[in-house]
Design a protein around this ligand. Structure first.
Ligand code: FPP
Length: 240
């Protein structure tokens, strides 16, 4: 059950096929915690609760694919204590994920290079992906993910497979996101206006929405605001 209730006077949001995929750059956990005089890890814990709540909420309002940027290839540079705290949160999530995903009819996919993780953690990731594969909605968790590295990896694999010049379709088949459409909307919290190497290929025609709110402060109404903004825009995909 959701921990954040919609206020009675807030209008329900209606989703159609134009918005199938929302991706979130969950920024601002550290600053949120510091503002409270707490360590950054406290912000990540609050952020992981919001991640759970908002991914369920997105499913409830009819969004088929949700992607979150949980850990980038650059995040290893953070203090070990903080990296450990994020890994613990991910592990906690993984332990309960199969049950939650079954109830929510969602498959889990991890985007990124799993090789630096422990064997135990990788086995848990694989089990979660495998056992949720029959579900219909999609939750992508970008973990040890970098957009440029993803493109290089896909290009090399496609080239080796084809043995010659590759097309966009060939490359797309080898992206971590080959199972889902590209994001229609990318939401970044925390007041920074950049993509930080997130879904570099897939974001070519995504609508971008930035909010100053820190990730742990995000609520259903903030998702609604991003969705309303999305529907107020005209997407032309390069046409007129
Ligand atoms: C960015 O905020 C956030 C991260 C690098 C980690 C995100 C991780 C979680 C929300 C917890 C675990 C996730 C799951 C999927 C269970 P920041 O630390 O860069 O914040 P700052 O910009 O204020 O320093």
């Amino acid at each position: 059950m959701s921990i954040f209730k919609k206020k009675p006077n807030e209008e329900a949001i209606v989703i159609d096929d134009r918005l199938q995929h929302i991706a979130f750059i969950m920024d601002g956990n550290g600053r949120w915690a510091r503002r409270r005089g707490m360590p950054r890890e406290y912000g990540h814990r609050a952020g992981s609760k919001v991640f759970r709540d908002l991914s369920i909420y997105c499913g409830d309002i009819g969004i088929k694919v949700v992607t979150v940027y949980a850990f980038s290839t650059e995040n290893w540079k953070r203090p070990q204590k903080e990296v450990d705290a994020i890994m613990t949160l991910l592990e906690e999530f993984l332990f309960e994920a199969l049950e939650t995903m079954k109830a929510r009819d969602a498959q889990i996919h991890f985007l990124g290079d799993p090789s630096p993780f422990s064997e135990k953690f990788r086995a848990l990731m694989e089990k979660t992906e495998r056992e949720s594969a029959e579900n219909h909605r999609v939750l992508n968790i970008a973990l040890n993910y970098g957009g440029r590295a993803e493109i290089i990896r896909a290009a090399n694999t496609a080239f080796t497979e084809k043995g010659g010049e590759i097309s966009e379709d060939d490359l797309e088949r080898h992206l971590y996101t080959s199972h889902c459409p590209p994001p229609d909307l990318i939401v970044r919290t925390g007041g920074e206006y950049r993509l930080s190497n997130f879904l570099m290929w897939q974001s070519a025609y995504s609508e971008l929405y930035f909010t100053d709110k820190y990730w742990p402060d995000m609520r259903h109404a903030d998702v609604d605001a991003a969705v309303r903004e999305f529907y107020s825009r005209q997407r032309r995909f390069g046409g007129v």
